[in-house]
Design a protein around this ligand. Structure first.
Ligand code: KDG
Length: 327
């Protein structure tokens, strides 16, 4: 499985098998469940692939049917999995998601000591990154174990040495680590990235309550070239070189499942960043935020993390007002 497919973007992080109750009774009472794929980094990989980018996904999976399922699903979506690793002794992680008629879904993880949590700095290979332009990482995989955090940091450092740009979505998951540890590790990764993609609550968690403009200013001072701050129902705002640009949300009538919307946003934003040779003007920033807002909104239209992400043609038709959302 080691032939080197070309990749524009590399992403590294845990994917899991996601089980969701088929009916409306919730996990406790439901006896039938659907099985699909989840994981922030693989959601971004699928999103970017749908937008025409070549993406390589890297993680460790168990030598089990769930690991095989993750690899075949991602390969079926056109993502390069040829560098994925196996752990002989640890299982592929599983998680359950319960969607209710109100609020965000509740998630239950079964991922402690999973195969992906065993990834370590000595696994990191320059071949993962060769020929690629960009690395995307999130704050989820560093939360799995100290060795996974060190592996992500090493991949970011190696990417910088090899001339790749990097995007980081903090994707704060309080169920996975202590607040103190999360803050310390996430703050240490921000200077290594070029594109930082926090939500407004994550920004507050990281540097305390500030004005929106100050979040942008302070994160830019830490090193990234671009900051895109997700404002929920208010849309999003981007910051580059002392300039900011706010873009209204793309509104959809019904939200079915909010999980994965941030990953779709990241895929949309990064795709425009790459189309602009990894640099941004205020006009490409506006395009990136507009695309990211549409991607995030459409991801909420299906039960599942990534199934609702549009392909480039559909997205461009929507962005140019030639097509309305029919779903
Ligand atoms: O962003 C979506 C992810 O939260 C979901 O796919 C599962 O990766 C996941 C996680 O750790 O929460």
């Amino acid at each position: 499985m080691q032939q080197n497919h070309r990749a524009d973007v590399v992403t590294i992080g845990e994917s899991m098998v996601l089980f969701q109750p088929m009916g409306e009774k919730g996990i406790k009472y439901e006896s039938l469940f659907t099985k699909s794929l989840a994981g922030a980094e693989s959601n971004v990989a699928i999103g970017l692939t749908r937008l025409g980018k070549k993406v390589r996904w890297i993680s460790k999976v168990g030598k089990d049917p769930f690991g095989d399922f993750i690899l075949s699903t991602l390969a079926g979506e056109g993502v390069d999995v040829s560098h994925a690793l196996h752990d002989e002794g640890a299982p592929t992680a599983v998680y359950f998601k319960e969607t209710k008629a109100f609020g965000d879904p509740t998630v239950y993880y079964y991922r402690k000591n999973s195969a992906a949590s065993k990834i370590e700095p000595s696994d990191v290979r320059p071949e993962w990154l060769e020929g690629a332009k960009h690395l995307h990482v999130t704050g989820i995989t560093p939360a799995l174990s100290e060795n996974a955090a060190a592996a992500i940091q090493k991949t970011m450092e190696l990417s910088r040495e090899m001339g790749l740009t990097i995007s980081l979505d903090p994707n704060l998951r309080r169920k996975l680590w202590s607040e103190e540890q999360a803050r310390k590790v996430l703050l240490s990764l921000i200077p290594l990235c070029d594109v930082f993609l926090p939500g407004v609550e994550e920004a507050e968690f990281l540097i305390g309550k500030q004005s929106i403009e100050d979040y942008g200013k302070q994160f830019l001072e830490m090193g990234p070239k671009v900051v895109a701050l997700k404002l929920g129902a208010e849309g999003s705002i981007g910051f580059i070189d002392g300039n900011s640009m706010k873009v209204a949300p793309y509104s959809v009538q019904h939200v079915i499942d909010t999980v994965g919307a941030g990953d779709a946003f990241a895929a949309g934003f990064v795709s425009v960043f790459l189309d602009n040779q990894s640099s941004m003007t205020t006009s490409s920033l506006e395009k990136a935020l507009t695309r990211a807002n549409i991607m995030g909104a459409l991801a909420t239209q299906f039960k599942g993390d990534w199934e609702g992400i549009p392909a480039l043609e559909e997205l461009e038709a929507i962005a140019s007002g030639k097509m309305e959302v029919k779903r």
